[in-house]
Design a protein around this ligand. Structure first.
Ligand code: SF4
Length: 320
């Protein structure tokens, strides 16, 4: 495996330039030892990803963006997880395929790209045949996307905000709008849409989580999608914003976000979609529940009918 990417780390736009091989950590908080928190079948992704048998999902520890409202804050902030080698990671992928997973869904793996490329290559040599999904915040460098081009089949990417001010406030990344929009364009150029039996086997899903009190940014993103990428990628609009700073024990007001999305905001966004004549893609139903919030300390972090565990950071494969 080529470890070079970790030596003077510029794997993501933070460009920390730290030597992770010597145990140093940058913004993502992780050294060159890959850590994961959970692997299993997940039934809660978009229907073309979940398919009939669920998505074989692997959650990586640490994050290059660290949104203040991250629903996976136990991984991005508290950074729970255990070290696995590239060989172990490839075995987990094969284990997920054995459980009939529709694909391998790699959640927030940007800071471990060298290991992940190696692990997928090993798994493919041993017969892994299902598509690889790169599930990302969208904060990706062109160079990293090139590294992933032959490894990944589907990009499941976020476009969270086009506001510089909000990006600085929420992700400490004023360059997020420019970088994420450019990355989304590159992903769409790289992976044209291909479906088989109602499942996506290649392509890009562009996700946007509507943030309460920031609808102007949502409108801007929807307009950009319609003008540049409609029919070349699939839009997935999400309404499940939870002010998780509360769960962390900090004040909601620190994020500047006024709690959960209101029913009026939901209607305003759906009206705008209608006005733009965006008539395909995916849209979550409006809900004020936070029951789906994962708790990665549990062997099954999700509601029971939403997931089937294979591996957990506390005991490896011994999960029930
Ligand atoms: S991957 Fe981590 S260490 Fe490397 S540049 Fe990004 S945040 Fe910094």
């Amino acid at each position: 495996m080529n470890h070079k990417g970790y030596e003077h780390c510029t794997l993501c736009p933070r460009n920390c330039c730290v030597n992770r091989l010597k145990g140093r950590t940058g913004f993502c908080g992780e050294s060159a030892d890959v850590r994961i928190a959970w692997a299993g079948i997940h039934y809660g992704e978009e229907p073309v990803i979940t398919g009939k048998n669920g998505s074989g999902t692997i959650f990586f520890t640490g994050c290059t963006l660290q949104c203040t409202f991250c629903q996976n804050y136990q991984l991005s902030g508290s950074r729970i997880g255990s070290v696995v080698t590239a060989g172990e990671l490839s075995d987990i992928m094969l284990g997920l395929e054995k459980m009939n997973a529709e694909n391998i869904n790699l959640v927030t793996g940007t800071h471990f790209i060298p290991h992940i490329v190696d692990a997928v290559e090993r798994a493919r040599k041993k017969g892994l045949g299902i598509p690889i999904v790169w599930n990302t915040s969208g904060f990706e460098k062109e160079e990293s996307l090139i590294l992933l081009k032959n490894t990944v089949d589907i990009f499941l990417t976020d476009l969270k905000s086009l506001s510089v001010k909000a990006s600085l406030n929420l992700f400490k990344a004023a360059l997020y709008p420019e970088i994420a929009a450019e990355a989304a364009g590159s992903m769409i150029d790289m992976k044209s849409l291909k479906m088989y039996d109602k499942r996506m086997v290649r392509g890009v899903i562009l996700r946007h989580l509507v943030i309460p009190g920031a609808l102007e940014s949502t409108y801007e993103i929807l307009k950009l999608f319609k003008d540049r990428w409609y029919k070349r990628a699939v839009l997935s609009l999400m309404f499940q914003f939870i002010p998780v700073d509360t769960h962390r024990g900090t004040k909601e007001s620190e994020t500047g976000i006024p709690g959960m999305l209101s029913a009026d905001e939901y209607s305003a966004v759906t009206d705008y979609l209608f006005k733009l004549e965006i008539d395909d893609g995916f849209m979550q139903e409006f809900s004020e529940s936070d029951e789906w919030m994962p708790d990665f300390k549990k062997h099954n972090p999700f509601p029971r009918d939403m997931a089937k565990p294979l591996w957990h950071f506390t005991g490896g494969y011994n999960v029930r």
